[in-house]
Design a protein around this ligand. Structure first.
Ligand code: FMN
Length: 338
């Protein structure tokens, strides 16, 4: 029978570090880390629309040396008090993790997240990311080393397994036992592409295992949240304490605000968001960067019904090499000229 979550998405959610340091999120709905997408520019624009409880940087991969504070700051952006943004590290072992975490702390990171879900072969073959789902003891050692090195809360983000979810319970128990402050579970296997439907039943299994642990930490469910109504549905069907949203934030950056009760954006608001995004990216990455990011948005975008019955126009914009022409298309929609 579905379990009703004790922490609804419109209540605060708190996590605690090893020394008792508490970090409170305004709600339990998180913007997922997405490499190449959720840089500080995109994150800040989405957070400004409301409803985001917390966010996580794109993964920062640690390999042969510790990350410098300068690099971490580039991913994190200016610290913000209203919506905590965690720094995500990915490493195959614990060697350079404490120094990297210290660097993150120096530039104002409020918490640290560890990536155990990345499926890409270049990461997997170096025994990092989702490869560690096959080695729960190494995964736990990495979490423990991170927790012991800092007073900041340390969370982990996992997929449910490599080829099968057979070790999911073992991994959940290992993460809690190692001292993590929160766990996010992406309800797909490493072998399943992002197009594969997420299996929320696996989130319920992870939640059941979390409930068996003596130390209770928040469990965040992720995968396949496409609509605002999916947020309460995931909480209801799985018993998770929070929800993390990935690609649907690109499709409709208002999904967080709508999950908190706001109305859907108008076509003009959706077009205006795209233009503001293009301008903000241009200020940091120039015209080429702006065109590339605007097209990345166009690929997913559906806010305000902007491409409803206009898929051909989406295709045309994706083929267009002229930033001004793409902007003009959106400008026309802000002015009701569409
Ligand atoms: C383009 C892209 C980049 C991603 N980069 C990261 C990352 O840096 N760190 C991470 O933990 N997960 C990453 N993910 C996984 C997402 O955080 C999330 O788990 C996944 O998209 C499932 O959620 P969704 O179905 O809501 O999109 C990425 C996903 C996508 C599509």
């Amino acid at each position: 029978m579905p379990v009703v979550s004790s922490v609804p998405a419109n209540s605060t959610l708190a996590i605690t570090g090893r020394t008792g340091r508490v970090l409170t999120f305004p709600n339990g709905v998180f913007l997922a880390p997405m490499e190449g997408v959720t840089d500080p520019v995109f994150r800040d624009l989405v957070i400004a629309l409301g409803g985001v409880g917390g966010a996580i940087t794109e993964f920062i991969r640690i390999s042969v040396s510790a990350m410098s504070a300068k690099v971490v700051k580039r991913y994190l952006g200016p610290p913000r008090d209203d919506t905590p943004v965690g720094v995500q590290f990915m490493a195959a072992d614990e060697q350079h993790l404490p120094a990297s975490i210290a660097a993150a702390e120096r530039v104002g990171a409020p918490w640290i997240d560890l990536n155990f879900g990345c499926p890409v072969p270049v990461v997997f073959n170096k025994c990092a990311g989702s490869a560690l789902l096959g080695k729960p003891e190494v995964l736990a050692r990495i979490v423990r080393a991170a927790v012991q090195s800092t007073s900041l809360p340390v969370s982990a983000k996992i997929r449910v397994g490599i080829d099968a979810p057979t070790r999911l319970r073992e991994i959940v128990a290992a993460v809690v036992e190692a001292g993590a402050a929160m766990l996010t579970v992406h309800a797909r296997l490493r072998c399943q592409p992002y197009t594969h439907p997420a299996t929320w039943e696996w989130l319920a299994i992870a939640r059941e295992e979390r409930d068996r642990q003596t130390r209770r930490i928040p469990l965040i469910g992720n995968g396949g949240v496409d609509e605002p109504s999916d947020v309460p549905r995931l909480l209801r069907e799985t018993g998770c304490d929070g929800v993390m949203i990935g690609r649907a934030a690109l499709a409709d950056p208002w999904i967080f605000a709508q999950a908190a009760g706001a109305s859907a954006p108008t076509l003009a608001q959706a077009a205006d968001f795209a233009l503001r995004y293009a301008a903000a990216v241009e200020a940091v990455r120039g015209r080429r960067g702006s065109l590339a990011k605007l097209k990345q948005l166009v690929r997913y975008y559906r806010a305000g019904g902007i491409f409803a019955d206009a898929e051909d126009q989406r295709t045309q914009l994706l083929r267009c090499a002229d930033l001004d022409a793409v902007r003009a298309w959106f400008t026309a929609r802000t002015q009701g000229m569409a």
